[in-house]
Design a protein around this ligand. Structure first.
Ligand SMILES: [Zn+2]
Length: 476
């Protein structure tokens, strides 16, 4: 019988914080910009320059720590991690080794109803490195220091995950907590959230961990799931062949679905860490922690519960609406204007989700004004336009953020609620379709539908179908 293996996974997640300025200088953190324009002597490592800590970084790190049930280290410090690389102008990175700002937390995940807590070993603050651009045409490498000194937190989990599903659930939960806190937009594709996967396998029942590898370069949830499956297979094959897994950093190639060895995995001592002499320790008082705790906005789990109770929205819908902070904001802002939560939820759940899928966009990409959706809902509620027209108009709001009132007026799409006009059109339709009229009189309900359709056609879709039905029955 073949041996059974268990996969053991821990994650190191780097998150770029949403501060306006860098961690140790006043340079902008804005993404993009011409190379080396968001730089100064501090973030380019000029001799004699001194770092000054950005307070907002500490507050964001504390907020994430509190939301993930960590203990805040009241006396924390920065350390120097020494290494040479061309994108690292100081030849060291200011990070935290000995006294990380948060420790011993955990968040609960839910995979198909199975709940489990994934431990968080620590969260520490550090600075990002610059970016190397390898120009194959000119056969040279260029460096852009715009990203150098952008604040990061690194969230180190315990090796508590056992499958790709658990990893995805953990990352998704973490992403939503941080997005709701406003501490980062957590976009994997743009690199504002990056996950390194530490993975080992062992025989089921074994107490000791196997040798782990670390995988980098994972920029989507799908790539992470594929990388876990690929690396697990590779390690099991090595063990089955009597070979050894080597502790190393590997680069996942998502196109070839295989990981390649980058370098042997370093240990902390390889970096010659020592306390950062240019920065004073950070003393965090109980009052400061309380202030950050009190300033915490409503997080996803609370919001989901409130939607169910306050707006009487089904669990599934509340789940989708809160699955992105932006969508939840859009929902609440629209409800605040039109006071029709169920209608707003329906438009977002059905039409918006359909259009997102069709245009291959994320909920974050929806950029129409809540006022416009609210106006559309009013137009439907006041029977000024019918559902078919409303769907068309919604698509335009979704794509071009149009003002529905103006659009409907301009295109003459208002429903005709003038009974007299409608009545004369219906009379003409009855006269033109004697066969359908007699069919209806002989008990064929379907014939009525045909007459409604004919009337609607004559009215160019601008009539209220309920009203047509009513007048038709009356006249017949
Ligand atoms: Zn700078």
């Amino acid at each position: 019988m073949s041996r059974q293996y268990e996969t053991v996974i821990g994650l190191e997640v780097h998150v770029e914080l949403a501060t306006q300025t860098k961690i140790f200088c006043g340079c902008s953190t804005k993404f993009g910009g011409a190379p080396n324009t968001h730089t100064c002597p501090v973030c380019t490592g000029m001799p004699g320059s001194l770092p000054v800590l950005n307070k907002q970084v500490v507050e964001y790190a504390m907020a994430v720590g509190l939301a993930t049930n960590c203990t805040i280290t009241k006396n924390c410090k920065f350390d120097r991690k020494n290494y040479f690389y061309p994108d690292n102008p100081q030849n060291y990175q200011i990070s935290q080794l000995y006294y990380p700002i948060c420790r011993n937390g955990g968040i609960e995940i839910d995979v198909n109803g199975n709940k489990k807590v994934i431990g968080i070993h620590e969260i520490h603050m550090e600075e990002d490195a610059g970016k190397l651009i390898h120009d194959e045409w000119e056969d040279c490498s260029l460096v852009d220091f715009n990203r150098s000194g952008v604040p990061l937190i690194e969230i180190v989990s315990e090796p508590d995950m056992r499958s790709a599903d658990e990893v995805i659930a953990y990352l998704d939960k973490l992403r939503l907590i941080i997005q709701y806190l406003g501490a980062s937009d957590c976009k994997l594709q743009e690199g504002s959230m990056r996950a390194d996967v530490n993975l080992s396998v062992r025989e089921v029942g074994a107490q000791e961990f196997g040798t782990r590898t670390e995988m980098k370069n994972l920029n989507s949830f799908k790539a992470i799931a594929r990388a876990i499956e690929g690396e697990r297979r590779r390690q099991i094959e090595l063990i089955e062949e009597g070979k050894k897994v080597i502790q190393e950093t590997r680069r996942w190639d998502d196109n070839k679905e295989y990981s390649y060895a980058m370098r042997s995995k370093e240990d902390a001592q390889d970096y010659r860490y020592f306390p950062e002499p240019d920065l004073v320790p950070i003393i965090i008082s109980d009052e400061w922690i309380e202030r950050v705790r009190k300033a915490q906005p409503e997080l996803r789990d609370e919001k989901r519960l409130r939607y169910k109770e306050e707006f009487d929205i089904p669990e599934y819908d509340a789940d989708i609406l809160t699955s992105s902070k932006h969508m939840a904001d859009l929902f609440e802002e629209t409800v605040a204007i039109c006071k029709k939560p169920k209608e707003v939820s329906n438009w977002l759940m059905v039409e918006a989700m359909r259009l997102l899928k069709e245009t291959e966009k994320e909920p974050e990409d929806m950029d129409f004004a809540p006022e416009n959706l609210a106006k559309l809902i009013e137009l439907v509620g006041d029977s000024k336009i019918n559902r078919t027209v409303a769907k068309e108009v919604f698509e335009l709001i979704f794509k071009e953020d149009i003002d529905p009132e103006e659009y409907v007026k301009e295109k003459g799409l208002m429903m005709v609620n003038d009974d007299g006009q409608l009545r004369s059109v219906i009379e003409a339709v009855i006269e033109a379709n004697p066969q359908s009229v007699s069919d209806y009189k002989n008990g064929k309900e379907k014939a009525l539908g045909f007459l409604v359709g004919q009337t609607m056609k004559e009215m160019k879709g601008k009539a209220n179908p309920g009203k047509i039905n009513e007048i038709l029955r009356e006249l017949l």
